[in-house]
Design a binder for this molecule. Structure first.
Ligand code: KIV
Length: 284
């Protein structure tokens, strides 16, 4: 389905039904203007907890709070009318057990209007996913490299090579069986990502995985070149807007210092101009 042909935002079941079809397109967003730019082009937009690193300068996602997710979720919701919004459950908002997860997932959905939540974890989160889904909360799972577990994974490493492959496959099967409507595969080797995509009945969304996944997601600040602290191998830079922004700011600073900005067209005359014949007001 082309972006222009779509009328209403898809829901979780629409996304699930895209298994094996045209690849699902997704990006993260954290603000209203960015959400507006991507609304017509994405099937779903993720309010990712990557917000902590790309917008707030945190060194990991671990300090992201419910309040931050809700504030950014509300901002993104104001920019979307065609794409579905999925929102991340931040670290420590769901791991205690199904009841805690339900309370916080319900709050995220009620206060932001998101159509689903995403949470990290495989086999160990299956019980929680089942509990949420049976109580009306669509869940997107996230396996492979799960950044909230960076401290126990020993860093932002590829997950699923060699002897690890069976465990990642088991994670994918467990979250699908528990009722997740889709699953993000982050930093999973290509062959394993293809095997998971072939073996689970729900769409796989790759990030650093395989073009054979049922969809792809990237962090928007990575692909636009706003976030430059580091660049994972799986990021393709489609633009260098960070560099452009810095050049524009440098030009502005130079013009202020040389008094060439503001120029005549940016300032206001002391005498009010005569009203134009059309009767319309003037901004000058
Ligand atoms: O928080 C995030 O941006 C994510 C994506 C990388 C999938 O979880």
């Amino acid at each position: 389905m082309s972006a222009t042909a779509r009328k209403a935002a898809p829901n979780a079941e629409d996304i699930r039904a895209r298994k094996g079809g045209e690849p699902l397109v997704s990006l993260t967003a954290y603000s209203t203007p960015m959400a507006k730019f991507m609304d017509a082009h994405c099937d779903f937009v993720l309010v990712g907890d990557s917000v902590g690193m790309v917008m707030h300068g945190m060194t990991s996602t671990l300090s992201v709070t419910m309040e931050m997710m809700i504030m950014h979720g509300q901002a993104v919701a104001r920019g979307l009318s065609q794409a579905m919004m999925v929102i991340d459950m931040p670290f420590a908002s769901y791991e205690e057990g199904p009841q805690q997860a339900f309370r916080n997932a319900a709050r995220l959905m009620a206060e932001t209007g998101a159509g689903a939540v995403k949470l990290e974890g495989g086999v160990e989160m299956a019980e929680t996913i089942r509990f949420l889904v049976h109580r009306g909360i669509p869940v997107m799972a996230h396996i492979g490299l799960t950044p909230q577990s960076v401290n126990t994974l020993g860093g932002y490493k590829v997950q699923g090579r060699d002897a690890q492959a069976d465990a990642v496959l088991a994670d994918a099967k467990a979250v699908a069986e528990a009722g997740a409507f889709s699953v993000v595969l982050e930093k999973v080797p290509q062959g394993l990502a293809d095997k998971i995509t072939a073996e689970v009945p729900i769409p796989t969304i790759g990030i650093g995985a395989s073009a054979g996944c049922d969809g792809q997601i990237l962090v928007v600040d990575d692909m636009l070149g706003f976030f430059t602290a580091f660049k994972p191998k799986f990021v393709k830079r489609y633009a260098d807007l960070g560099q452009q922004a810095e050049a524009a700011i440098a030009e502005y600073a130079a013009e202020v210092r040389s008094r060439s900005f503001p120029a005549d067209q940016h300032v206001f005359a002391d005498k009010a101009p005569k009203k134009a014949a059309t009767g319309k007001g003037s901004a000058s």
